[in-house]
Design a binder for this molecule. Structure first.
Ligand SMILES: Cc1cc2nc3c(=O)[nH]c(=O)nc-3n(C[C@H](O)[C@H](O)[C@H](O)COP(=O)(O)OP(=O)(O)OC[C@H]3O[C@@H](n4cnc5c(N)ncnc54)[C@H](O)[C@@H]3O)c2cc1C
Length: 414
């Protein structure tokens, strides 16, 4: 490799320009911080792994955060509100219906396409000064020091050296930064694969999101633009291969068979793709002058649609802590401790819920079955439990950051 071509210094270097890294850059630029966003894959939408065909359910708190960082305006037109969540279990009567009205709200959040979300982030980034986007570029070396982190990059134009006061790893579940820093991560393979696609039912979704638990994994139908829905169907890996190979009419019939009669028959399906599902959690989310967030800190099962939402709250908290120290050291160890302590309860609860639900509903023992029945009955009957579940689905857990409350950050430069 050649010697680095040029040196440059910034306040915050974000590695990974996916949904989380790009959101963080949008949040930090108006604070007057010099931000570098380092992304490995060219920003052309078709090639970008974070901005793919996924349909994402954004919680109400995420929508507020995106509004606060100037991204929501570019997304709202194509976003579909979630007016109700209906939870059922295959082979068991009864259902839990969560209604935002129980917590005095109109909607749980909105459904958007990851690809459109990516485009809105790129548009916002292009309008902001203070963010240098380095793409395609990958980090090949890191040296942490008392004053700064020295970073070596491989770029299309050769190697480059830079320094940052704070390095943020937002480079996904299999984070290179974590590996370069020897920060281990625990992994659990759910032995499930999510098959995703757009699908059109006979009857309009009316803004309802459906989560149907089955022994092979959850079957989620999200309300989407027009009469379309986003389908996330978790199955065993071999079954995913089979589902991907079916003809469209065969797939539509198989989906109807799993989902039941909630929306009538499925009549049209878009392109199908698949994602193997793993739980990955970093052993810690900070290090000397380093924060690890989004999927790099915690990649979770899509049940309950919480992955991005959890990372979005990481973004809001880090931005709030940095905003409160405008002019100070962005890598201040005290700030990093505060970040970790603030985020841990939300990480523990959200990861615990998504992992617990996935394992409970995939377990065929009589005990697990009894717990499931009791759980559904308790939620159906108890308004207090339903309210707690509804608030969690909206993304309000524990200490709520300012952006999620709809409040501006301190130190915003207009
Ligand atoms: C099927 C499915 C459905 C989902 N549905 C929902 C949902 O409804 N709601 C929800 O909240 N969440 C959902 N999620 C989770 C959500 O998609 C993720 O949590 C979110 O995309 C994570 O974003 P990220 O930016 O942290 O990571 P990633 O999307 O993995 O992005 C990482 C970025 O880092 C870049 N990168 C990687 N390595 C390097 C490197 N060495 N140097 C530079 N750049 C690098 C990559 O190119 C990429 O752009 C779903 C996930 C799946 C699989």
């Amino acid at each position: 490799m050649n010697e680095p071509a040029a040196n440059f210094a910034c306040d915050v270097a974000i590695v990974g320009g996916g949904l989380i890294g790009a959101s963080l850059a949008c949040a930090l630029a108006p604070l007057g911080l010099r931000v570098a966003l380092i992304e490995a894959v060219s920003r052309q939408a078709a090639a970008q792994p974070s901005f793919d065909d996924r349909t994402l359910a954004l919680s109400q708190s995420s929508c507020r955060i995106l509004q606060g960082i100037g991204v929501w305006d570019g997304l709202e037109r194509d976003a579909t509100p979630i007016r109700q969540i209906v939870v059922t279990e295959l082979g068991r009567p009864g259902r839990v219906v969560l209604d935002p009205a129980e917590t005095g709200q109109f909607e749980f959040g909105h459904v958007v396409e990851a690809r459109q979300f990516g485009a809105a982030l790129q548009k916002r980034l292009a309008a902001l000064s203070g963010v240098e986007v380095l793409c395609p570029a990958t980090v090949t070396g890191i040296r942490q020091g008392d004053e700064q982190v020295d970073i070596t990059l491989a770029t299309a134009k050769g190697d480059r050296a830079m320094a940052a006061k704070l390095l943020v790893a937002a480079d996904g579940a299999f984070s290179t930064i974590r590996q370069l820093l020897s920060i281990s991560a625990s992994e659990h393979d759910y032995q499930q694969t999510a098959v995703i696609c757009n699908i059109t039912p006979e009857r309009h979704h009316q803004g309802r999101a459906f989560e149907r638990f089955t022994p092979t994994g959850p079957f989620a139908v999200l309300p989407h633009a027009g009469d379309r829905c986003g389908l996330v169907w978790s199955v065993a890996a071999a079954e995913a291969e089979r589902l991907l190979a079916l003809t469209d009419p065969e797939f539509l019939a198989a989906a109807r068979e799993r989902f039941g009669d909630h929306l009538g028959a499925f009549v049209r399906v878009g392109q199908r793709s698949s994602y193997p599902l793993k739980l990955v959690r970093a052993e810690r989310d900070t290090d000397q002058r380093v924060v690890i967030l989004g999927n790099a800190a915690h990649a979770i099962h899509p049940v309950g649609a919480q992955g991005f939402n959890l990372g979005c709250r990481d973004v809001a908290v880090l931005a709030e802590l940095l905003a409160a120290r405008t002019g100070g050291d962005p890598g201040d160890p005290e700030m990093l401790r505060e970040y970790s302590a603030w985020r841990r309860p939300d990480h523990d609860t959200t990861i615990g819920l998504s992992d617990g639900l996935t394992r409970l509903f995939a377990n065929n023992s009589p005990l697990a079955s009894a717990v499931r029945s009791l759980g559904l009955v308790a939620h159906a009957l108890s308004p207090a439990l339903r309210r707690r579940l509804a608030a969690g689905a909206m993304g309000y857990r524990g200490r709520i950051p300012r952006l999620a409350q709809g409040l501006p950050l301190a130190g915003i430069r207009t």
